[in-house]
Design a protein around this ligand. Structure first.
Ligand code: AMP
Length: 567
């Protein structure tokens, strides 16, 4: 990313004040790269051929210029903007987006797709519409009936053009574009740029500005060595999913990146409700407020910092173990930039990304650009969480048995054993420990999501009224786990003994001859640490550690009992 453009604001893009205001109230802090590059040429009236996947902010990239010239008074009943999309879901999503960006302008937006009674669409069209968002088949029906007046269309957008071609809409697109006024602006966005898209663009775009993702833009050495995981989660389940992932990962200190201020505030509240000490940081806060938050984070009085990119820019936080992308970042460079906050100077770290199913392409782009694999894992289930909580309780009790002076409780146990069986007494004590250390149970199951690709979606044509989620044949993502031949060792020593990753790596490499780079992620909790090692070396390490000490203590590891997720 070019630093000189990094601080571009929406106002710099010469958007009208009503739009700048709408974006600010949605909590958008700055344009995404695709918006920065597309909006100026589009406002200047040029055609545009853009390579961008869902999640890059491409909807606003074309919707804002479309709304830029919308007249407030004396508006005709005829639409001036037409957006063509492959599916009915997308038609609804895009029209909602255009509606929210254009609310202050009173923009009239109508989604048109198959499966919905045509009568309702006709009524709305006759009342007057500014922007029509349509699937191609249904648009052709209307054009044939003469029910969409096209003569005022000044801008047409082909959104997800590759998907539209994959779904067999090529002829419909040619028919629609052929029926539009020749004096118009044409925009084509596609996640991929196969020859067929280039040929479509040659036929219908005139002298377009081209925006493409150049790959790879990141040198291999620039991508920090961190464990990279992603979870596919439907939007509505994201807060709960993040809570669970954090419960299982147990980060010592993490930064969670959100796209908007609004999201930052909501998530901070949710996570505080879950017992985390989360602090919000965004561009809407004054300097004093930000300093206060950073002081709490640096002194260890907060364990999660929830921030936008803008607010976190330039922050250097030493103790971070985890970076969480609550949304997939809108550009691969931003992903690399974010995850560079952990894994620096040889430290180990974890990068976690929550992606909505429709953002899978964005994840693929990131992997292509960084050359690194992001493992898709399953969101912990309720039973995973229970296991994890049991594991925590077990760890806590084990440490207490090993470390603490328990003699002063002897009289309690003795007086109870007069009345109860010793085992029963132990069970009651474990129950109390469990309730005190493990926190509340989470009841709602989060559905498992399958990643579906374009070719699996051919039957989803919006014109037939098919629902995008009807076809359950989508392929399972094959590779769900990190390092299949690695395992994690549980070391009964942690932060409370001032252990640092280097101590663990030093002890292991010193005693076994294993190279530092063969050791994977390291997580340090209060009383224990988890170290990822090659499966075939695990037993040797356990044996070797019996002969040495860490921080002056004998620390014999064992295999982690709770395997993170089913492999
Ligand atoms: P899209 O790629 O158009 O589907 O957008 C993906 C998501 O990013 C949507 O939820 C938008 O609301 C959000 N979004 C788009 N532009 C921005 C921005 N500049 N800042 C924050 N969020 C954005």
């Amino acid at each position: 990313m070019d630093d000189s453009t990094e601080n571009t604001t929406f106002a710099d893009l010469a958007l009208r004040p009503e739009l700048v205001e709408a974006l600010s109230s949605l909590g958008y802090e700055e344009p995404t790269p695709i918006q920065r590059e597309s909006i100026p040429p589009l406002i200047a009236g040029q055609d545009l051929l853009g390579q961008a996947a869902t999640g890059t902010g491409k909807t606003a990239a074309f919707a804002l210029p479309m709304l830029q010239h919308l007249e407030i008074d004396n508006r005709s009943k005829n639409p001036t903007g037409l957006i063509l999309v492959p599916t009915r879901e997308l038609a609804m999503q895009v029209s909602e987006a255009v509606h929210k960006y254009g609310r202050a302008l009173g923009a009239r937006v109508l989604p048109i797709y198959g499966g919905q009674p045509i009568g309702r669409q006709l009524q709305a069209l006759s009342r007057g519409v500014d922007v029509v968002v349509a699937t191609p088949g249904r648009a052709v029906d209307h054009i044939k009936r003469g029910t969409i007046p096209l003569k005022n269309i000044a801008m047409v957008v082909l959104d997800e053009a590759d998907e539209m071609l994959d779904m067999g809409f090529a002829e419909d697109l040619d028919a629609i574009l052929g029926a539009l006024p020749t004096e118009r602006q044409t925009i084509l966005f596609s996640a991929t740029m196969p020859k067929r898209i280039e040929s479509l663009a040659r036929r219908h775009l005139s002298n377009p500005t081209t925006i493409r993702i150049e790959a790879p833009v990141v040198a291999k050495g620039d991508v920090p060595k961190v464990r990279q995981l992603a979870f596919m989660v439907p939007r509505s389940h994201k807060p709960a999913a993040l809570g669970r992932i954090l419960d299982v990962e147990a980060p010592a200190a993490a930064i969670v990146f959100c796209r908007t201020r609004v999201e930052v505030d909501q998530l901070t509240e949710t996570l505080n409700g879950r017992g985390y000490r989360a602090e919000a940081l965004h561009g809407g806060m004054n300097q004093e407020g930000r300093d206060r938050v950073m002081a709490r984070v640096r002194s260890g009085n907060a364990d999660l910092l929830i921030a936008t990119d803008v607010a976190a820019r330039g922050l250097d936080i030493d103790l971070l173990t985890h970076v969480v992308n609550y949304d997939v970042p809108s550009a691969p460079e931003s992903y690399v930039h974010r995850i560079g906050r952990v894994g620096r100077a040889g430290r180990e770290g974890v990068a976690i990304t929550l992606a909505e199913p429709r953002e899978h392409r964005l994840l693929e782009n990131i992997q292509r650009v960084t050359g690194d694999k992001i493992a898709i894992e399953k969101v912990p289930t309720i039973s995973d969480l229970r296991n994890r909580r049991m594991e925590l309780t077990l760890g806590t009790l084990r440490e207490t048995l090993l470390d603490d002076d328990l003699d002063r409780y002897r009289t309690i146990v003795e007086s109870l054993t007069d009345e109860f069986d010793l085992f029963e007494v132990a069970l009651a004590a474990v129950k109390l420990t469990h309730e005190a250390t493990a926190g509340a149970e989470d009841e709602v199951e989060i559905p498992e999501v399958e990643v579906r690709r374009a070719k699996d979606r051919k039957n989803d044509r919006g014109d037939r009224g098919d629902r995008g989620d009807r076809d359950k044949k989508g392929k399972k993502n094959k590779d769900r786990s990190i390092g299949v031949d690695s395992t994690r060792l549980y070391f009964p020593i942690g932060r409370s003994a001032q252990v640092r990753p280097g101590d663990l790596v030093g002890a292991i490499t010193g005693e076994t001859g294993l190279a530092g780079k063969q050791i994977g992620s390291i997580e340090i909790a209060d009383k224990f640490s988890l170290v990822e090692v090659p499966e075939q070396s695990a037993d040797d390490i356990i044996r070797a550690m019996k002969k040495t000490t860490i921080k002056g203590r004998k620390v014999v590891p064992r295999r982690e009992r709770f395997q993170r997720f089913e492999r």
